[in-house]
Every structure is written in C-alpha cells, then in structure tokens.
Design a protein around this ligand. Sequence first.
Ligand SMILES: [Zn+2]
Length: 358
Amino acid sequence: MFWTPDVYILGDGKNHTERRFWSPGIKYQINYFAPIFMMNIIANPIFLEHDTGQHPENRQRLECLNIEEYTEIKVDGEEYLPLVHERAHIQQIRDAAAQGATWIDQDTFVGARSFDVAVAAVGATIMSSTANGFALVRPPGHHAYHDHSSGFCLFNNLAVAVENLRREGKRVFILDFDGHLGDGTSQYFYHSDAVMFWSLHQFPAFPGKGRSNEIGSGKGKGFTINVPLPPGSGDDIFMHAFKNYFPVIEQFEPDVIAISAGFDAHRHDPLLQLNLSSNTFYEIGSMLAGKYSNIFAVLEGGYNTSVLPHCIGNFLAGINKSDLFFDEGHSVSFRTCWEQYDLDLHYGMSCLSPYWKF
Ligand SMILES: [Zn+2]
C-alpha cells in the first residue's frame, strides 16, 4: 500500500495533495484531498541488486512490497560517505564488491553490485532527508560504524543523512524503533548535543549494548535514550515506553526528526523475540504526525516478508493520518516482562531526569 502524491492549489489558496492509494492484492483506490504533509516513499529497483542469496536480509524484503512506482536516485551517495565513514572503510567495501561475493564480517555479505547499491541507499536517504521521504532501501545501515560494517549494514545511511543536516546547523532527533539497537548510529552521535538518539530495542540481543544507563558522554551526556525491552514485550510495554519518553522530543526542539524504521520487533519476525503487532507502527506514526511535520525515515530491519507489508503500510498510514491499513489487534505482555521493563525504565529515568522532564 503506497501513495503517490500530486500537488494541487485549490481555491482556498492552500496546497493540497491527492492521494492515490493502492495495495497489490487489494485492487482499489481512494482519491481524496488532504493537507500537504505526507511521507512519500523513495524506492528504486537498484536495491534488489544487493544479492545476498538466502541471507535473512535479502531482496524479497523489498519484492514483497510490490512497489509499482520508482523514484530516480538523483543524489550521488558516494560524495556524502566521507561525512561519516573513513576512507579505508569505503575502500574495503569497494574492494570486497570487486571480488564478487564475500563475507565482510560474520553477519554481512557483499556481492558484486553491493558497493553501488549501498551508495545508492545513502543517496536515497539524503533525498528522503530533504523531502519528508521514506527511503525503502537495502542494505540497511544502523549497525554500520564509521570504520567497519556490522549486522548486515555496509554504510550507515541514516547517520550520513543526519550528519549532513547537522553540518547545515540543524538539530536532529533520531528515533530508532527497529527491534535492535542501532549501535553504529548511537556510537557516531554519542558525544553530540546537536543530535539526539532514542532507541527502543530488545535486550539482551544483538549487538549486546543499549542499557538504560548508556545516555551519551561528554557534552552529549543526556542526549542518548536507550529503552531495553525484555524478550516477549508486546504492544502494551512498547507504547508505554514510547509515550513515556515522547515529551523529550519537544524539549530537545529538533529541526528535523529522523527515523530508523525497522520492523523486526514484530511478533512474527524470525530474528528477535519481541511481540509487537503491526498496529503499534500505526500508533507510532500517528503520534509523530500529530505533533511534527519535518520527518524522514529509512528502512532498517524486518525479516518476515509476510508481515513486512502490513508493518510498513501501517506506519505510513499513521504518519500520513490515514485509517489503519491492516488491523491485527494488540498484543499484551506477561507480568514477568513488565517487572523487568519497569526496573529498567525507572533506572533509565533516574539517569536522564537531570536533563529532561517525563
Ligand atoms: Zn533490527
């Protein structure tokens, strides 16, 4: 389900957008007028060319979305890579791709086209950062560090786009709701007070970091929020955490909100043991869109290709102020999950309370 916007100026002098709505398998279309803010997808067939075979992070993650319209990637991502990544790391990925097909770390595969595709993913994310876009790209990026790949990620798409905004003098709030900690992104901005990073993630899980007391350092102390979630955490816990820290966004006074949108916290995802329904992604989008308009997103994880379209569809429906796209009800958490979550939450709040009001 995606929208393609056309902008109209109506008699009231305001911009309006006609939304054409479609979903493969549900062949219908709704035309109506809505306010101009809309998160548009940025997609391109090049992102199918990062050939990883049977790896969980494979081309089916985008094929399952049945995207019908593509966006030309007009930004050369390679020019922006040095904002975050060391030259040696960039060259390592280029050389690995030149070899044809190789593992660059224990989790991350590089094929012959992977360098070009990863560069295009950075370019698409830069584009999304200036156009309220949702870059539906692969490979994902949030585990990639400035000097090495990690966790299926070659270059940190979001970090490059955010660093580009930061150098323009913008204050950026990063929300990472992927079920894993975006450790590469977190590390890169860990010492900064111009970029705030908030992650909700399963703990314990890969990459083994993201405890409540990891709140940044130096002048960046207080500008990182980690919300560890026990395995089994459902919609109730996730939304409790989301609502608890949501007021910090406003206190930070961001110019832009950047979202690492991963969907592997869904209850049917094969890589994690969180228990979210796709409805939660609708609620996240709704809450953000209810208060902010300068938002962009990039796809991170989400490895069940049966539910990924529902998750992305619901997130887009929420953030674009439309009706729920796919209703699968809500999940609840066991008492033992709540108990562990409460301990972690209150510890985190005690660490962050000198800086923010909850
Ligand atoms: Zn993930």
